[in-house]
Design a protein around this ligand. Structure first.
Ligand code: MN
Length: 313
């Protein structure tokens, strides 16, 4: 759940205060194809919102039902400069990587892969699996950590609690007295909110963070604005509290973090501080350089890196 070929390196305006009221920006997902013919909704990056904190890529896959034996199939492909963060809601996906990890991620669990200077991996639905509902995110590493040693972590147990009718799962960072086990490289937070009943929940926000609220299911109301599935509501820094109106059966992903201020280029499966770093990774992947290792056990061909759009053919 990861490949794309858009280059995004311009900056975007933050919403301003209007008469003391925070303006909420609406970011709509758009359809994108990933391996195996699965269509996802790609919310970040978009032309109006590149990132939320260090969260720089956001795909919502499903909920989808497919014929058993088909489903997700993403062959060996490389990453640099980022962490991939997979949050399963329904179905199971098998991850294999060039460090030798073979790990199924199940509903309620997180797979976190730190690419650093280079890693490669595959993702596939298991034989017999016929469902997929997941969120896949990328987190940009700060430049000082961008070339760190690659790593993979599986997090089957995350902090969970309930406020009123709303079930909270902390995916990343800290919230109130809770701390997620996932290793992050910049101040940020990720949460899953799931509500069986319609109601209101008030979040305590970090005023240093900007936030995005992705509607996965149901509807979300913020300050008299209504958001539907595959829409992200963005609010800028400066808030300490925010009330969310959740419909019955809704699920919301909360992303937050300090605005990312360093230069950042996203291209294909690479994140880097400039085009040189990206270009080197593209050439290294094409040359099967050892920095990306080898994924064993996947029945299929590696993905081919496209031409660099900023180099003449
Ligand atoms: Mn990937």
């Amino acid at each position: 759940m990861s490949t794309h070929s858009s280059e995004v390196s311009s900056s975007f305006d933050c919403p301003e205060d209007i008469h003391g009221e925070k303006r909420v920006q609406r970011v709509a997902g758009r359809g994108a194809q990933v391996g195996g013919g699965i269509t996802v909704s790609r919310i970040l990056p978009s032309s109006h919102r590149r990132m939320v904190g260090a969260w720089c890529f956001l795909d919502h896959a499903g909920p989808a039902v497919f014929t058993s034996g088909s489903g997700l199939r993403v062959g060996p492909h490389p990453h640099i400069g980022l962490q991939t963060f997979t949050w399963m809601i329904q179905g199971e996906v098998l991850h294999r990587d060039s460090l030798g990890h073979v790990q199924v991620v199940k509903p309620g669990q997180v797979n976190l892969m730190t690419a650093g200077r280079g890693i490669s991996h595959t993702e596939e639905s298991l034989p017999g699996e016929d469902k997929l509902h997941a969120v896949q995110l990328w987190i940009a590493l700060p430049s000082k950590d961008a070339a760190c040693e690659p790593a993979f972590d599986h997090h089957p147990d995350l902090p969970r609690w309930r406020e009123g009718e709303c079930d909270f799962t902390l995916l990343a960072g800290t919230y109130a007295q809770h701390q997620a086990p996932s290793k992050m490289y910049s101040p940020m937070v990720g949460m899953d909110l799931s509500s069986s009943q319609a109601g209101e929940v008030t979040l305590n926000l970090n005023p240093e963070f900007e936030y995005g609220f992705l509607v996965v299911q149901g509807t979300l109301g913020i300050q008299s604005e209504q958001f539907e599935a595959n829409e992200l509501a963005y609010v800028g820094r400066g808030l300490t509290q925010l009330s969310l109106s959740l419909s019955a059966g809704s699920r919301i992903i909360v992303l937050g973090g300090e605005p990312y201020t360093e230069e950042l280029v996203l291209w294909w499966n690479f994140v880097g501080e400039n085009k040189d770093v990206i270009g080197q990774a593209q050439r290294d992947w094409r040359a099967a350089h050892e920095r990306f290792g080898v994924v064993h056990g996947y029945d299929g061909e590696p993905l081919i890196a496209p031409d660099l759009p900023w180099e003449s053919q």
